[in-house]
Design a protein around this ligand. Structure first.
Ligand code: MTE
Ligand code: HPA
Ligand code: MOS
Length: 754
């Protein structure tokens, strides 16, 4: 079960793109970024920069041989600025030099003259100026206005959540090597090798078959390398194409944080209506998404926000509208959860508001309205096999939550009665999660291929479109293959992800890496097995179905027949049986009609519940998340150790987003927190001291490979509970629903109250 990658990571033996030897004749690329958020370029002077010894050439927009365009979903993003800049950190020129130091020195000598315009930073303001990335979208279920008119309680408010830096440990990086006939090989740290291939081909003016993208592994990505690895791959490729020698680009941390997009900040207005008992009747919401200066994946992210508008709850009447608003910050991008966390934060804020005005307990409202099998989501799909209640009930029972909450309630009541308020306050929050699995509406992405070779010694090589980024997809696929062929995982090697071996890959994203590529790998194994069994059936004059594989041996009708896996393979090879297979998997039964915003966009949903306790120092505004208890629905886990890591890691990343991680900008759009020293993230000391995760009983999910469920993103959203636990602990229930709840912000709330 242990993922061997772990050992290599811990021993420092894992090799990332920039750990490989780079030839002395190669060139190093450093990018010059716009220092201004918005304006027209009057003059760009690179003459002094060109004189720096070691500088070979400097590229600007006009030097691009192909198209100066890296937009994916919408063609609205240039690689290098032409006449105007749209955000601080926008690439303006690329310097290629013999050493990285020389290139950096040259960057410092570039002079730019920009006629500066006031930037737009706030999505509501962008919306009011009609600065939209795409037309506004609205999802409707039932009649929200009519239901609101008949409701007993109507809670209204605003909620805001902030940006989040991916902070992958390995920064953006690419090494491009020219090969024969002007072809280019790229070692890229990307979640989307095909997207890099397409983007580089377009910018270099070459056909896709001339670009080979190879990805061994990433040192973390979290969505930040789904679209945004393309930029850096293009710079490396342009350098290699022009110079004919290898070209390397490695962003230093501060450049990476300055120039790459983050999680989208959202501003939202909500109305939640319920009857006298706390049953939800209607939810109305308007989301203003801060897309940044270009579309990137914003429209897809926005769509997932709409899909998850009502989180884990059933609301019969919904009116959800969302606008992707163009502003002058970095184009924001995919980040674990992909727009769903922003929606779920708004809904749980609305529940707190509804509790505040009605006096009904938050947990009562949550529990009463949890999704049940057959309930319809706003997009028309009915919940199948809903497990929201099972996770919730199991959390109550297993962690004795009623008792824990009562203990905190008692202290708070005593404080209220006696007026003696302690410096340290405690609070709790439950956070149920329901997350749809599949690439939403970009249905074509719900496909994968696997290519498997069995070598004559019985060892196996597996290529798929999946990219290993620390989430363990390679090891999961290794276990699927080993189990199918009845051999030890050590006999199976996961090859790099390479566009020449496996083409037209979907990004490893939407938590579906194993669902898609693991399923394709299993199909390829089945194809090879069918050939081997047919070969043996012909030899032994019996039926293929009599054979099976296990423990490194061939079995006939359940009995070992004295033929090892290795003997089987060599015999089959001797008889010219094909020992390689390629399989294609595509998720069945997905459809969506965008004209009515209804359909079946997800293969299935995954569920879970988290419970948090926080302690706040009401004098200082500092806090600790002390307790995090989770019940998570995994189906039949392929590797519970990896999955546990995903649940814990995702949740802590979510807590970071909700509590301490904050991107701040000056009024002119200059980032104030784009360095490792100014951007505060969770570390090992912010991990809840009492963190427990259990899985729902080994339940078979017939919608994914081997009964499993995707795990990569859903646990992120548990972190939202931490925000509400802190708010309660501070006694700031009336304060704005504005995340992150940094200690500074909490201090402000506490002072206002005092
Ligand atoms: N876990 C690690 N260690 N590193 C990562 O970069 N990315 C997350 C999640 N878990 C990530 C991670 C994101 S955003 C996604 S979509 C999934 O992993 C992608 O991989 P999967 O589809 O194989 O789960
Ligand atoms: N997640 C990640 N990437 C995507 C998605 C998604 O749901 N849809 C399209 N690209
Ligand atoms: Mo994950 S945000 O889908 O890469």
């Amino acid at each position: 079960m242990i993922n061997p990658d772990t050992t290599y990571h811990v021993m420092g033996l894992t090799r990332y793109v920039d750990d490989r030897d780079f030839p002395a004749r190669g060139l190093h690329c450093v990018v010059y970024f716009s220092p201004i958020a918005k304006g027209k370029i009057r003059d760009l002077d690179t003459s002094d920069a060109r004189k720096v010894p070691g500088v070979v050439f400097i590229l600007t927009a006009k030097d691009i041989p192909g198209k100066n365009q890296i937009g994916g979903v919408i063609q609205d993003e240039v690689l290098l600025a032409e006449d105007e800049v749209a955000f601080v950190g926008m690439p303006v020129a690329a310097i290629y030099a013999r050493t990285e130091d020389a290139a950096r020195e040259a960057v410092g000598l570039i002079k730019i003259d920009i006629a500066e315009d006031p930037p737009v930073l706030d999505p509501r303001e962008a919306y009011n100026r009609n600065e939209l990335i795409a037309p506004v979208r609205t999802f409707i279920l039932g009649d929200a206005d009519a239901a609101i008119a008949s409701a007993v309680y109507v809670a209204e408010g605003r909620a805001e959540s902030g940006a989040q830096e991916h902070f992958y440990l390995e920064g953006q990086v690419c090494v491009a090597t020219p090969s024969e006939e002007g072809n280019i090989h790229l070692s890229s740290a990307t979640q989307a090798p095909t997207s890099v291939q397409r983007s580089v081909a377009k910018v270099c003016g070459l056909a896709m078959n001339r670009i080979e993208v190879d990805v061994r592994r990433l040192g973390g990505a979290f969505g930040g390398k789904e679209a945004q690895a393309n930029t850096w791959a293009c710079f490396a490729a342009l350098g290699a194409q022009k110079s004919g020698v290898p070209c390397r680009i490695v962003l230093r941390r501060s450049d990476d944080m300055l120039a790459t997009g983050k999680r989208h900040p959202y501003a939202s207005d909500f109305t939640l209506a319920m009857d006298g008992s706390g049953k939800f009747l209607a939810f109305k919401v308007m989301y203003y998404q801060n897309a940044g200066a270009a579309a990137d994946l914003s429209t897809s992210v926005l769509e997932r926000t709409l899909f998850h508008a009502t989180a884990s709850y059933y609301v019969p009447n919904v009116h959800a509208t969302a606008a992707s608003c163009r502003t002058n910050i970095t184009p924001n991008t995919a980040f674990r959860g992909f727009g769903a966390p922003q929606a779920m934060f708004v809904f749980d804020a609305a529940i707190r508001e509804a509790s505040r005005i009605s006096g009904l307990r938050v947990e009562t409202l949550q529990h009463k309205n949890l999704l049940k099998t057959g309930d319809t989501f706003v997009y028309g799909m009915a919940a199948e096999n809903a497990r929201a209640c099972r996770c919730w009930d199991k959390a109550y029972a297993y962690y004795d939550l009623s008792k824990r909450m009562r203990a905190i309630d008692d202290i708070r009541r005593k404080e209220k009665d006696t007026g003696q308020v302690s410096r340290y306050g405690r609070g709790y929050a439950l956070m149920p999660v329901c997350f749809g699995i599949s690439f939403a509406t970009a249905f074509f992405l719900n496909q994968a291929r696997a290519h498997i070779h069995v070598y004559t010694d019985g060892s196996v090589g597996v290529s798929t479109g999946a990219v290993e980024m620390g989430q363990g997809v390679n090891h999961k696929i290794r276990e699927i293959v080993a189990d199918s062929l009845g051999i030890a995982p050590g006999q199976v090697k996961l090859e790099s992800t390479n566009t020449t071996r496996v083409s037209n890959t979907s990004p490893t994203a939407a938590s579906s890496g194993t669902d898609l590529n693991g399923a394709a790998a299993l199909m390829a194994c089945e194809m090879i097995k069918a050939r081997l069994f047919k070969f043996m059936a012909d030899e032994y004059h019996c039926a293929s179905k009599d054979f099976s594989l296990g423990t490194g041996r061939l079995y006939k009708k359940g009995k070992a027949c004295g033929v090892s896996w290795e003997e089987l393979v060599i015999q089959a090879y001797g008889s010219r049986v094909q020992l390689s297979a390629e399989a294609h998997y595509s998720t069945p039964d997905l459809h969506f009609d965008i004209s009515v915003e209804k359909g079946r966009p997800f293969a299935y949903h995954t569920y879970g519940t988290a419970y948090f306790e926080a302690e706040v120092d009401r004098l200082l505004g500092t806090y600790r998340i002390e307790t995090a208890y989770v019940v998570h629905d995994l189906g039949r886990s392929i590797n519970p150790i990896i999955d546990l890591g995903q649940v814990e890691g995702g949740m802590i990343q979510g807590i970071g987003w909700m509590t301490m991680e904050e991107m701040r900008y000056t009024d002119l759009g200059k980032p104030l927190t784009a360095t490792a020293g100014t951007y505060k993230m969770p570390d090992i000391f912010s991990v809840p001291s009492d963190m427990q995760v259990i899985f729902l009983e080994d339940d078979y999910n017939d919608k994914a490979v081997k009964g499993s469920k995707a795990v990569g993103e859903p646990p992120f959203m548990y972190g939202i509970g931490a925000f509400f636990a802190i708010k309660m602990a501070a006694g700031c229930e009336n304060a704005a629903y504005c995340a992150p709840m940094t200690p500074e912000r909490l201090f402000g709330h506490l002072r206002k109250r005092a």
